[in-house]
Ligand binder design. Structure first.
Ligand code: ADP
Length: 956
């Protein structure tokens, strides 16, 4: 349907979307975008946004105007709405491929005009610093105190204040606008290239910008995983993922543009931002989304040029290149004036953004030994890339690099401005993705319903690639027996079956026939994948395929797709749909091939101690099919540990009892048995090695093991095998009092595996899982091992009241359970009902620490009520929980009578003198309490002085 028609037909829905919240924010944001993109003139805007007039009237006025302006403006409106409305509201509207055009050339306009072009980003940036901006305007004589008062009217929200400020500045002319831009520039540092409007762009330059934009747009429109079977535009399927700055921080959720924002900066000298995440967590898709938004003109508009690079593609670049050649040959070729354009890029580094997707797939490991400073000097591509990342080349250009975390060593970390962790889908993200994937809402509801009944599978779906597979295979999912899908291998077996049968639905075989019928395909693809993994090769030429016997029919199954990264090359190249699918086929190869080297399996598991030379020795197991892609004489080949580990995980799963019968036709049973034994032995040996590294405890201290990430990998392999015997055997040899798994990238998937294995531990342990990404789903997965925990530490794990509602009822039943610490999660007073029950019923409970949540006065009161019945609690911490004097007085009541409490922490709350007076009175009746911490509350220094004199146990 045409955009104009859509605006007319959906008038009621559009009005509802703009106004139903009662706030004018949606309307104003849409207006900002329309102004910025030149769809509305200033005067038109003033006619719509009349202060004091009803919101619905303003919105109607906008719809009327947009309709009369024609199709392009209508498209702009729909697009602006799509960007503005929360995703939940998208479903009720049709946007039909709308886009905002980028034609408004920002570069020749006067400064006050540029306030309009940049309005959305300025509003965002000004919100937090209105006073500073007003001060700058008053100091420079452009604003009177009356102007400031009008901006600061208390009825305005911060974003409205920002808009009113911009409107006022506009009426004062260019010099005032200049003050605001300078102010923002200073405030947000050099990364914010707001002075780009001062840049004069030549015609050729604009042409190049247009060419680059359309090339980036074309590359980023579709998702490759949907290439073979159906075309799915990124817009239709993209679902927000969870981003986090660092494990320690509890700031508001990050948006895509925050990746290049100031938040989380660790090293202001550096220009490289790392986006790290596990395989399949959505790194490439996120970068693709950034590209698309930039090319559409809806994000990252501080950058005039965005040059996208794929490390996969760079792997195949054998020539020595200069930076100029790298940019122009790999991204976009300027038809004329190459030198001038490159000079412009050199002169304006802050207007340029480079993205490098998949650094972990780059053949060479990062090193900063070969320095190169001259952008016109030729060098091998890895030297160029490393110098760009470290900033010796093109200092000041922003670079966004994606990688799996394991592949980022300390040398690279030194050169990072900041790191953003990509944690995959949130629970609501899974929901949203499934609904987008299935246009039929009944199917979506069925898939979601079946996920809800299988929490292990739901846990897996936090990984976008697994969520995609599960959605893709919904028929198999809905047809399978309950609980039969538990492990990652199960999910990949499902997609194997799905693709193999999908091609010939009329011949759908029953039982295992589907595998037999396609045995050759599996073997060929397995060989290709295995050779590739061993040689760091992800893109295959036709001759690669031929060498492994891959035929056109094998290709048509859909596991291989044409590599879009290699579109510059004359011959066709292929890659696996996703690197994890390549690992899965490599594992199938190891399992199925009857002649594979006996040392392959042990070597795959010995990776944990592998040095570079160890990896080289492992490589000897692989045929050197892809020698042509190796860099001759290069010593710094990247350690391919992550992919080999994923392969080993799949192999463990494929060799589990459940699947063995499937392989008998392809591999003699004696060989299979040998392989199973080898895997079991390797897993046991691997864990023993970890256990042996546990230091003897210092006298009086607990025996503690700090697990390394490889420990979690081994645990995941045991889970994939679904071998209780190995789990029991391994845990019977682990003797520790405290198991520390902090910063181990543990999400719901890992929790399932951990609980599967740890439940067999002999004695009770303290389980410390601080600083991971467990979330409510992960908490639920941990329940089977709660009986072996005497203490549980879950700091900074994104847990909400819902997770607590599942965890605590289970803990109440566990005799050993005595301590819990939940610092920096997302708890409110609603969770205290569960803790209250715990305190009332569990009369051996010792320590409750809820530091850094939001339980407030209501929560403190509920806990105080419950504590009346507890005779055992020694330690209570409610630091940083928004507790005021009401909460403090309630707690004072129980302190008065408690015979167990020894330490109470109420630091960083908002307790005033009244509350502390109550506490002092209570302490007069209590000799047990050793100290009560009250630092950083709402008290004057005189009050603190006086209180300290009166009660020495108060700590300020
Ligand atoms: P990574 O680069 O981390 O290995 P990808 O970006 O390739 O992961 O994601 C794998 C697949 O998961 C994609 O092809 C797509 O099907 C799905 N996916 C990932 N992120 C998203 C997202 N944000 N929205 C929708 N689907 C996604």
């Amino acid at each position: 349907m045409l955009a104009q028609e859509l605006v007319l037909k959906q008038r009621t829905e559009l009005l509802h979307a703009l106004c139903s919240s009662g706030s004018s924010e949606h309307l104003e944001r849409v207006l900002d975008l329309l102004l910025a993109h030149g769809e509305l003139e200033w005067e038109e805007y003033q006619n719509i946004q009349i202060p004091g007039r009803a919101l619905y009237t303003n919105a109607r006025q906008l719809l009327d105007l947009v309709y009369t302006k024609g199709a392009v403006t209508c498209e702009g409106l729909l697009s602006a709405l799509k960007l503005t409305l929360p995703e939940g509201q998208h479903a009720s509207l049709s946007f039909s491929g709308c886009s905002l055009n980028r034609d408004r050339n920002v570069c020749h306009k006067p400064t006050s005009e540029s306030l309009l072009n940049r309005r959305p980003s300025l509003v965002r940036k000004l919100q937090g610093c209105i006073s500073g901006a007003l001060e700058a305007l008053t100091r420079s004589g452009h604003f009177t105190s009356g102007d400031c008062d009008e901006v600061r009217l208390p009825i305005h929200t911060p974003s409205q204040q920002a808009r009113r400020l911009l409107d006022h500045v506009r009426s004062k002319g260019d010099p005032a606008a200049e003050v605001v831009l300078d102010f923002i520039q200073q405030k947000y540092g050099s990364g914010s290239s707001l002075n780009q409007e001062k840049v004069e762009l030549s015609k050729e330059f604009q042409k190049f910008q247009k060419k680059l934009t359309s090339s980036v747009l074309a590359q980023s429109c579709f998702l490759s995983t949907y290439g073979g079977t159906s075309h799915m535009s990124l817009d239709e399927i993209y679902t927000d993922v969870e981003l986090e700055l660092s494990h320690d921080c509890t700031e508001a959720p990050l948006g895509l543009e925050d990746i290049v924002g100031t938040a989380g900066t660790k090293n202001v000298e550096a220009d490289t931002v790392l986006v790290s995440g596990e395989a399949g967590s959505g790194k490439s898709t996120l970068i693709q989304r950034l590209h698309l938004l930039w090319a559409r003109g809806t994000a990252l508009q501080d950058f005039l040029f965005l040059f996208p690079f794929s490390c996969r593609k760079l792997n195949s670049e054998q020539r020595e290149l200069s930076v100029q050649e790298l940019l122009f040959q790999h991204c976009c070729w300027p038809d004329r004036d190459q030198e001038e354009i490159f000079q412009f890029i050199l002169d304006h580094p802050h207007l340029i953004l480079f993205t490098f997707d998949g650094l972990d797939e780059f053949k060479q490991s990062f090193s900063d030994e070969h320095r190169l400073c001259c952008p016109t000097q030729r060098a091998p591509v890895h030297i160029l890339l490393f110098n760009l990342i470290q900033g010796s080349l093109m200092k000041g250009v922003w670079k966004v690099v994606t990688s799996r975390p394991e592949a980022v060593g300390p040398v690279l970390r030194k050169h990072l401005r900041k790191e953003v962790f990509l944690k995959g889908f949130s629970p609501s993200g899974i929901d949203c993705f499934v609904r987008k994937h299935h246009s039929d809402p009944t199917v979506a509801a069925k898939v979601l319903g079946s996920l809800q009944t299988n929490t292990a599978l739901l846990g897996l779906c936090h990984s976008p690639v697994l969520c995609w597979i599960v959605s893709q295979c919904h028929r198999e999912l809905l047809g399978c027996e309950e609980g039969s899908l538990q492990t990652i291998t199960d999910v990949y077996m499902m997609i194997l079956q799905h693709f193999l049968q999908h091609q010939r639905p009329e011949k759908t075989s029953v039982g295992l026939g589907w595998l037999q019928e396609n045995k050759e395909t599996v073997l060929h693809l397995g060989q290709l994948a295995f050779d590739g993994i061993g040689n760091t090769c992800y893109v295959f030429s036709f001759s690669h395929l031929k060498m492994c016997g891959v035929s056109e029919k094998d290709i048509s199954m859909g596991f291989l797709i044409l590599s879009k990264d290699m579109s510059f090359s004359h011959s066709r190249h292929y890659e696996f749909l996703h690197v994890t699918i390549q690992c899965f086929f490599a594992a199938l190869h190891i399992v199925l091939s009857s002649c594979s080297d006996r040392s392959t399996i042990p070597k795959l598991f010995e990776l944990q101690d592998m040095t570079e030379s160890g990896i080289e020795c492992f490589r000897a197991c692989f045929p050197a099919t892809h020698q042509e892609q190796q860099v001759p004489g290069d010593q710094d080949t990247a350690v391919e540990k992550p992919n080999l580990q994923i392969t080993a995980t799949f192999m463990s799963g494929l060799l589990s009892d459940r699947y063995l019968s499937m392989w008998h036709q392809s591999c003699p049973s004696t060989t299979l048995e040998r392989k199973v034994k080898q895997v079991s032995k390797c897993l046991s040996k691997g864990l023993q090695k970890h256990f042996r590294s546990i230091p003897q405890p210092v006298a009086g201290e607990k025996k503690s093991m700090h697990a390394m990430p490889d420990f979690v990998w081994l645990i995941k392999c045991i889970y994939e095998m679904q071998e209780t015997r190995i789990a029991k055997d391994a845990m019977s040899k682990l003797e520790v009092d405290h198991l520390k798994l902090t910063y181990c990238n543990i999400g719901p998937i890992e929790c399932t595996a951990l609980a599967y294995v740890l439940q067999h531990l002999k004695g009770p342990v303290g389980l410390q899982l601080d600083n991971n990404s467990i979330g409510d789903v992960g908490v639920e997965q941990l329940l089977p091992c709660m009986h072996i925990c005497n203490a549980l530490y879950l700091r900074n794990n994104n847990i909400t009241d819902e997770g607590i509602g599942k965890l605590i009822p289970k803990c109440i039943q566990c005799v050993n359970f005595q301590k819990i610490a939940l610092f920096n999660n997302k708890l409110t007073d609603a969770c205290t009902q569960h803790f209250s029950l715990l305190l009332k019923t569990k009369q051996n409970f010792l320590s409750l620490r809820l530091w850094g949540n939001k339980i407030g006065d209501a929560g403190a009161q509920a806990l105080a009520d419950a504590l009346q019945n507890s005779e055992t609690l020694l330690w209570l911490s409610l630091v940083g929980n928004g507790v005021g004097s009401t909460g403090a007085c309630a707690l004072a009541n129980i302190i008065r009578h408690s015979s167990s409490l020894e330490e109470i922490w109420l630091t960083e709350n908002c307790i005033t003198k009244t509350g502390v007076e109550c506490l002092i009175q209570a302490l007069k009746h209590n000799q047990h309490v050793k100290s009560l911490w009250l630092r950083n509350n709402h008290l004057s220094s005189e009050e603190v002085e006086d209180m300290m004199q009166r009660e020495s146990r108060l700590v300020f």
